[in-house]
Design a protein around this ligand. Structure first.
Ligand SMILES: [Zn+2]
Ligand SMILES: [Zn+2]
Length: 422
């Protein structure tokens, strides 16, 4: 019998289906992979932005008022720019034939199915997996609205396992004594992912809701939980979740850095020795380089009266969630990108597009974990030096490292051996 706990391989596959692609040979412990999946699930529900930190107190929310103009299904569609421009979310092939790499898409569809059913007055759903002869039986107890626009489903669920004595149908019928039921076939991996999502969210509910005796209640052994519509992860989140993978070579905990350039970390001497053939060129190019602090802004300086020079960091690209409630996804400076925590990375600098008194270069990393502007006036000498190094080209790639909020250091006199694939 297949397990309902995800294996290392499963965790890596589900994370990858969300865009969190970690090296296959990563030695990150199982527990850490599970944690990352948890964070990814939180982020895809925009948990922090919508609900703040747990516990989640449902008494503070308004109940969802039915509105013929805006169905729950519509309100639950939370895509990104790609989905917005191509229309609907791509339909995954559900059920036992589903691709493992589509697990996150399936999961999103399943949560959407809850709103679709609810719009049609069906509160009960059963996610059936024939491979493990199990069903997640759930009943929606209430729908709330968060920040006016986003539905939150308060529900109870139970993981039903058929046995020699009782088959799945009997078990399901016993759990739902009456009412319409929506049955959805899911793959084994999606089943595990749904369970993980429900169990994790349950721990975030305030005690009074978890122990609420409403619904089918304790006698049926159901668990109270909630779920928010899932949206694709933003590049910022992806950057965070793919960072800190440990030793360059084996992924184990970091014990030392390359003393020559301080840009790579290892678990010990053995891995450092193994990595030397790869690292040699970068190391030599960085050794003895000089670093200059630079200040970054969210936007170039615009002529007076044009645009809003908001202080928040502004990231927008094809993968960022686009939801009617949040509009363009933006985060405040407190959330400064830490996807390169202490590490040196390559950034792409684009020559100023606009002339004017205070031209600026646009800077971003390969993961697009941030996109910022470096204005000439903020570091005049370094900026001029950079323009000389750029020498009329439209762009260059330089080593940088974060040293603070909106502050980084750039190594101008060193370059990667060749322009990286971007
Ligand atoms: Zn190692
Ligand atoms: Zn080195």
């Amino acid at each position: 019998m297949l397990s309902k706990d995800m294996s290392r391989v499963d965790l890596l596959v589900v994370l990858a289906s969300m865009g969190v692609v970690l090296p296959k040979e990563t030695k990150l412990p199982l527990e850490e992979l599970g944690k990352r999946l948890g964070s990814a699930l939180d982020a895809s529900q925009e948990m922090a932005a919508l609900l703040g930190s747990p516990p989640v107190n449902l008494d503070l929310l308004f109940k969802w008022a039915s509105n013929p103009g805006k169905t729950l299904f519509k309100a639950s569609q939370r895509g990104n720019f790609t989905e917005l421009t191509t229309g609907e979310m791509e339909q995954p092939k559900k059920g036992p034939g589903a691709l493992k790499s589509d697990t996150f898409k399936e999961l999103r569809q399943s949560v959407l199915a809850l709103s679709y059913s609810f719009d049609h007055n069906i509160r009960q759903t059963s996610f059936v997996c024939q491979q493990i002869k199990s069903a997640i039986a759930l009943r929606i107890l209430e729908v709330y609205r968060v920040k006016d626009e986003v539905p939150l489903f308060f529900l109870e669920f139970k993981d039903l396992v058929s046995s020699a004595k009782e088959d799945l149908e009997n078990l399901t019928n016993a759990f739902f004594p009456s009412g319409d039921l929506n049955t959805i076939e899911v793959s084994h991996l999606e089943y595990c992912a749904i369970l993980k999502l429900f169990k994790r969210n349950s721990t975030k509910l305030a005690d009074k809701h978890r122990s609420d005796t409403g619904g089918l209640g304790k006698k049926k052994g159901s668990t109270k939980t909630f779920v928010l519509p899932l949206c694709p992860l933003s590049m910022q989140v992806l950057g965070k979740l793919t960072s800190d993978v440990g030793c360059e070579i084996c992924g184990e905990k970091i014990a030392s850095k390359c003393s020559q350039c301080l840009t790579v970390s290892y678990c010990g001497k053995e891995c450092q020795r193994l990595d030397w053939p790869n690292h040699k060129a970068t190391c030599k190019s960085l050794k003895g380089g000089s670093w200059h602090p630079i200040d970054l802004f969210d936007m170039p300086e615009l002529p007076p009266g044009v645009g809003d020079q908001a202080k928040h960091r502004f990231v927008m690209n094809r993968l960022d969630p686009f939801t009617s409630s949040s509009g363009l996804h933006s985060t405040t400076g407190d959330d400064a990108p830490d996807s390169h925590r202490g590490k040196i990375f390559l950034a792409k600098f684009q020559a100023p597009l606009m002339g004017g008194v205070n031209p600026s270069m646009m800077i971003y990393d390969r993961q697009r974990s941030f996109q910022s502007f470096w204005r000439k006036n903020s570091n005049l000498e370094t900026f001029n030096q950079a323009m000389r190094v750029m020498g009329g080209r439209p762009k260059f790639y330089k080593w940088v490292r974060w040293v603070g909020e909106n502050k980084m250091e750039i190594c101008l006199d060193r370059s990667p051996a060749s322009d990286p694939v971007w």
